[in-house]
Every structure is written in C-alpha cells, then in structure tokens.
Design a protein around this ligand. Structure first.
Ligand SMILES: [Zn+2]
Ligand SMILES: [Zn+2]
Length: 330
C-alpha cells in the first residue's frame, strides 16, 4: 500500500510502499478514504512531541471502510464505514485513571498516528473498541475533521460549563466546528484570530461569531470563558485578562509555546486556567450524537495523499483558509 512515512522528526514525509497491515485480535483492517490533518501532526513532525513510534504513519482523523476483522471483534461489520480517533488504546483496568472514568489520562494509553500507525496511508488497523460508527449524513471528507478537531474540541467546550459569552482564540478547524455547536446552544462566540488575519476574521463572521478581532485586542465586554485552540503561549495571559471573575480559560492543544509570566491579579478572583488532554470514548459518543442534530457542517480543504507535506506546510503557515485540511485517499 502507499503511505506517507515519517522516518524522523524535522524531515518531510516520504511517499513509500508498506505491506497492508494484518488485523490482530481486537483489531479491524480499514481501507482509508479520508484522513484529517491536525496541528498535532505538525507538532510530531516538528519534534515538539518527542516520543513518536518511528518510522510512523501520521493521521488520527480517519474515515474508512472495514475490510477485515481480527479475533474478538464483536461490533461493526465488513463494509461498514467507521471513524478512528486519536485515542487508540487504554489499559481499561490497570491504572487509576481508567478506574475513575478518566481514560483520556491512561498511564498506558496509545495514540493513533503517534504510538500507532495512522491514516496517512491506503490502509490501517485499529482497535475496534476505540472506533466510532459515523452518521450517514456526513460525507467522508466532512466527517474526518469531527474525529479530532470535533471530539477534543468538544471536550474543551464542555469544560466551559454553561458560559454564555465564549472566547475562541485561534479560529481554525476546531473553532469552526465548535462555533456551530455554541450557536445551536444560543451562546455568543467572540472570535480572536492572528492580528490582521482578515480572511480568518471574515470566516468567523460568516459562521456567526458575535464579535471578531485580532488576539491582541480585548473584547468589548468580559467573557464567561475562553478556549485557546492556537499553540501560542502569549494567548494565556491575553485570555485571562478577557474573562470575568470565576471564568475559565481552557488550553485545548497538546503543545504550546512557553507561557510568559503574568501578574497574579489576572488569575485572582477564582479564574481557572486548565488544559484538556485527549478524549474519552464517552466524549466521542456524545459529540458524534450531537453533531448531526446541530447539524455541524465542516468546511474542508482537500489534498491528495501524496501531497501530505503540502497540507502540513499550509497548516503551519496559516494558509488553510476556512476550516480543516483533509487528505483524500483514492
Ligand atoms: Zn489506563
Ligand atoms: Zn488532532
């Protein structure tokens, strides 16, 4: 099969041939149709996430068709379309996190496209217990971004409680999905883009943002909560200054540049600063049940599999204008 292979960090992916993987016990073999490109993939290529399996096939927003099943798979059927997310394995009962319904923090977790080969390839295998059925109302390309930008974005969104005035710092793949849920729930979204990113600001406006400006500007009124989707540490004090007493600032990314020091007074008054890590299967089930009800419509920029490097470069330089980048595997 054709695959885009990461041999080592700081190198472009290499288009190569790999044997089609065989599903072991509890695994399914998937013919990949589409795979979303995530900022986490960039952090792996750029060496900011330091312990990838190597060589590695990236990609953790996989939409594909079940081609074969290993022993012990008692869900799904051959020919069924499924989605594979970032969370690829947890121990289930050996660590305190799994035993307390926090499998996103599992001590033995393995992640798709990081510790396990992912979806930048014609085929992949996945543990069926971590795969999701996909609502038929989502075409393949539109379903792919739901599987990380959607799922982990949703976990971050839940951490904002019932905030009515909600700030989104960074308006890319996750924000363009979550604003649709927020509006469906009658919340006001304040969208902060890179300063001067006029197309990004226009995109946020089109999706119904209540207020839009650069991240160097304070909102016109205090926010109840903010989610930082961008991997920029300077946004942490900016968001803390924007939220009201008792407000929460959620860092939704897996990696961030260093956070500059800031005066205690912007955290004082019970403001909360927290991160969100990974997802639980329950997050996935909740979000994928909600998504067709909203209904969420993702906007995608497509690239052929062989142009995965161009897709990553476009994401790195902020040139994915409006929505998500998705690889098409044909
Ligand atoms: Zn565990
Ligand atoms: Zn991701």
């Amino acid at each position: 099969m054709r695959a885009m292979i990461l041999d080592a960090p700081h190198q472009p992916l290499r288009l190569g041939e790999l044997p089609i993987p065989k599903p072991n016990s509890q695994q399914i073999l998937i013919r990949v149709r589409a795979c979303g490109v995530c900022r986490t993939d960039l952090h792996i290529v750029d060496g900011e996430l330091t312990h990838p399996k190597l060589p590695l096939v990236l990609g953790h927003q996989i939409v594909g068709i079940v081609e074969a099943m290993g022993d012990g798979v008692d869900k799904f059927s051959i020919g069924q379309r499924i989605g594979v997310p970032w969370l690829g394995y947890t121990c289930g009962d050996r660590c305190p996190y799994c035993l307390s319904s926090r499998e996103n923090l599992c001590d033995y977790a393995e992640f798709t496209g990081y510790n396990l080969d992912g979806g930048y390839a014609e085929y992949t295998v996945a543990d069926y217990r971590f795969c999701f059925p996909l609502d038929p109302s989502f075409p393949d390309l539109q379903a792919a971004p739901l599987l990380c930008a959607g799922l982990i974005g949703y976990r971050a969104y839940k951490m904002t409680g019932d905030a009515q005035k909600l700030g989104f710092y960074g308006f890319g793949s996750a924000a363009h999905i979550l604003i649709q849920l927020a509006r469906h729930q009658q919340r006001q979204v304040f969208a902060f883009t890179r300063p001067g990113d006029v197309p990004g600001q226009e995109f946020a406006r089109q999706l119904g943002a209540y207020w839009v400006d650069g991240s160097d500007v304070l909102p016109p009124e205090p926010l109840d909560a903010a989610i930082i989707f961008a991997s920029v540490g300077q946004l942490v004090p900016a968001a803390l200054r924007a939220v009201t007493k008792g407000g929460v600032v959620v860092c939704a990314g897996i990696h961030m540049s260093d956070i500059p020091s800031f005066p205690y007074e912007i955290l004082w008054q019970e403001r909360v600063l927290r991160s969100v890590a990974n997802l639980t299967r329950q997050d996935g089930e909740e979000f994928l049940t909600l998504a067709p009800k909203v209904p969420i419509r993702t906007q995608v920029n497509t690239f052929p599999l062989a142009q995965a490097n161009q897709a990553l470069d476009a994401l790195r330089s902020g040139k994915i204008s409006g929505g998500s980048a998705v690889l098409v595997i044909d």
